[in-house]
Design a protein around this ligand. Structure first.
Ligand SMILES: Nc1nc2c(ncn2[C@@H]2O[C@H](COP(=O)(O)OP(=O)(O)O)[C@@H](O)[C@H]2O)c(=O)[nH]1
Ligand SMILES: [Mg+2]
Length: 353
């Protein structure tokens, strides 16, 4: 599979570039207008198109045709909901943090240039003070990095067949799923399938369908919890079932309960995706809203777009949800890496001296 993004003034130019570089089998994944920053405000918008072409249909049999996708009978809905524990843990952790700051000799290091630097990277003041107090007077950048590398939690995904990806709209769920599916199929030679939960029946499934088609893996879109269970049964022979969700604001009252209805009782490895550049307080609200789903792992996305990445450290120290992956760009499947504490520290504090 090859995926490329093209930018030009006209669709005609883009199409001829796509045709000459990717060939006539290429499909268009997305098209949008973007501002041309090079010539000031009067500039005409540019068109940006992402196109893809099948990597090697021959090696994996024939391509799946969209109109060959099977239909599924409806089953009675299951309604086994998981108790939520994460929100309690979060409250406890926050209380613990407050206690620590209040009673364990944490001192403010207001004049310390290292403190200023850590704050400028987006790490929360109370955590910066906690770290600096732990290290004592005269601590340098190196010892901060060392300490953080020891306490940042990263872990591989849980060994479950079903992986569910949740998060607000546009955070990179579908793209990240495509990256993981491609790696699974191409590098590990495993069988993967994709299910999209289109809870709001808004038909936002084309992108996932196209990725699945390119990878020649099964793709199913479901609009009820009962259809979801039937789809899971259909994909039983797969090594990994990746579940995409059509994101909405977690503040929409019925969004998380609906997802819970789908995922309850299945016990997937649930990933919460969050762009690194998300505002600190927004990260809090989103994490709390999704905590009802028992989030197992974090995936921080769009690392490449963030100016400062200290929010990743803040989030990890506060919520202690292990990070499994970082995504570093739009390219599928290249722009994803398994998270490790040392790479996170390097990415977040790399230029600190
Ligand atoms: N710069 C950058 N863009 C990304 C990354 N991951 C996804 N995107 C882009 O973010 C946009 C939304 O991604 P999508 O997967 O559709 O988000 P979803 O709504 O959560 O499924 C698309 O234009 C993606 O190409 C990343 O790691 N870096
Ligand atoms: Mg999507």
């Amino acid at each position: 599979m090859q995926i490329k993004t093209y930018t030009a003034n006209s669709m005609k130019d883009i199409l001829s570039q796509i045709k000459s570089e990717l060939g006539s089998d290429a499909v268009i994944l997305s098209k949008r207008e973007i501002a041309d920053k090079s010539f000031g405000l009067a500039a005409k918008p540019l068109i940006e198109v992402t196109a893809a072409v099948d990597y090697d249909a021959g090696a994996h049999g024939h391509k799946t045709k969209t109109d060959e996708l099977p239909e599924f009978p409806k089953l009675p809905a299951h309604n086994s909901l998981q108790p939520d524990s994460l929100s309690n843990e979060i409250i406890e952790l926050k209380e613990m943090m407050k206690e620590l700051i209040a009673h364990t000799g944490v001192t403010l290091h207001s004049g310390n240039p290292l403190r200023k630097k850590l704050l400028s990277l987006g790490i929360r003041p109370n955590l910066v003070d906690l770290v600096l107090s732990k290290l004592g007077q005269g601590a340098g950048a190196h010892s901060v990095k060392d300490l953080l590398s020891k306490i940042i939690r990263t872990e591989r995904p849980i060994h479950n067949k079903v992986w569910a990806f949740v998060g607000t709209t546009g955070v990179g769920k579908t793209t990240t799923i495509a990256k993981i599916a491609a790696r699974c199929v191409l590098n590990e030679n495993k069988k993967a399938g994709l299910i999209t939960l289109d809870t709001y029946r808004i038909g936002a499934i084309d992108q996932g369908r196209i990725y699945a088609k390119i990878l020649n893996i099964p793709f199913l879109s479901v609009t009820t919890a009962a259809e979801f269970r039937t789809a899971l049964a259909k994909l039983e022979s797969m090594d990994l079932i990746l579940v995409d969700t059509v994101g909405r604001s977690p503040l929409c009252r019925d969004y998380v309960p609906q997802l819970k209805e789908y995922l309850g009782g299945i016990n997937p490895c649930t990933f919460l995706l969050m762009p690194v550049a998300t505002r600190d307080t927004e990260m809090d609200t989103i994490t709390r809203s999704f905590s009802e789903l028992n989030i197992d792992r974090m995936i921080f996305t769009k690392v490449d777009e963030a100016i400062h990445s200290g929010s990743v450290i803040t989030h990890n120290l506060l919520y202690r949800i292990p990070i499994s992956f970082l995504t570093t760009g739009q390219r599928v499947p290249e722009d994803i890496e398994e998270a490790s504490a040392s790479t996170i520290v390097e990415r977040c504090l790399g230029d600190m001296s």
